[in-house]
Design a protein around this ligand. Structure first.
Ligand SMILES: [Cu+2]
Ligand SMILES: [Zn+2]
Length: 244
């Protein structure tokens, strides 16, 4: 990483020494945008490098957790969902992995699907209602928001799911840290509902439970990952035993 950074800086120095640098009035908006882009990339490389140094060279993985609680003022007829969402991002800018572990859904509604999204604000002052709309930093339609995690199948009142390659980030200008994860009563129509709400929120229904994403150390993820690995081994052994 240090070598890459040094090469970038040397290259930039060579370019500035050999080029006729235009005066500020000659810089087009396109060139200014390119300069800003390069500047942002160099800053990000530097940030990753210094973070790795501070981390003792153990890598730049970022971790976060969200302790899901029932929405304040929830209708008594609605289920009280609790649990935890864990996030790991191998490095700033990389895709996100997550474990969703929730319980409290009605057991009789087996195989029902529930939508989970990141909403704009980490404000739970009026329960999940004050978390605002879907977090949408690029002003695109649902389900292309970075925190549109889609639908999760409930079995026996619980859902437990590992998802890899999510578009949300724990770093940078579009970080979801400090924002809310919201669990809905219904299924996400993934923008195919044929009405305006479908392109804003997937018509996923009432907000059952939510939490605010906060950074944590690596221990909780390591422990949950070890549990997942053991479960997968067990399932493999069982499937081998059942094979004719
Ligand atoms: Cu939502
Ligand atoms: Zn969305």
């Amino acid at each position: 990483m240090l070598a890459l950074l040094c090469c970038s800086l040397l290259l930039a120095a060579r370019i500035s020494a050999t080029w006729n640098v235009p005066s500020p009035v000659e810089i087009s908006s396109e060139l200014a945008a390119q300069i800003r882009d390069v500047h942002a990339k160099v800053l990000e490389i530097w940030r990753v490098f210094t973070q790795q140094e501070a981390d003792g060279g153990r890598g730049a993985a970022l971790h976060a957790a969200c302790q899901v609680q029932p929405s304040a003022g929830l209708d008594g007829a609605q289920p009280r969902v609790t649990g935890r969402v864990l996030f790991r991002q191998p490095a700033p800018g990389a895709r996100l992995d997550a474990f969703f572990d929730l319980e409290g859904f009605p057991a009789e509604l087996n195989s029902s699907k529930r939508a989970i999204h990141v909403h704009q604000f980490g404000d739970l002052s009026r329960g999940c209602e004050s978390t605002g709309p879907h977090y949408n930093p690029r002003a695109v339609a649902h389900p292309d928001h970075p925190g549109d995690f889609g639908n999760f199948v409930v079995r026996d009142g619980r859902l437990s799911k590992f998802r890899a390659g999510l578009a949300a980030s724990l770093s940078g200008a579009h970080s979801i840290v400090g924002r809310a994860v919201v669990v809905h009563a219904g299924e996400d129509d993934l923008g195919r509902g044929g009405n305006p709400a479908s392109l804003e929120n997937g018509n996923a229904g009432p907000r059952l439970a939510c939490c605010v994403v906060g950074t944590i150390g690596p221990e909780a993820w390591a422990s949950r990952w070890a549990q997942e690995r053991n479960q997968r081994r067990k399932r493999r052994r069982e499937s081998h035993c059942q094979a004719p």
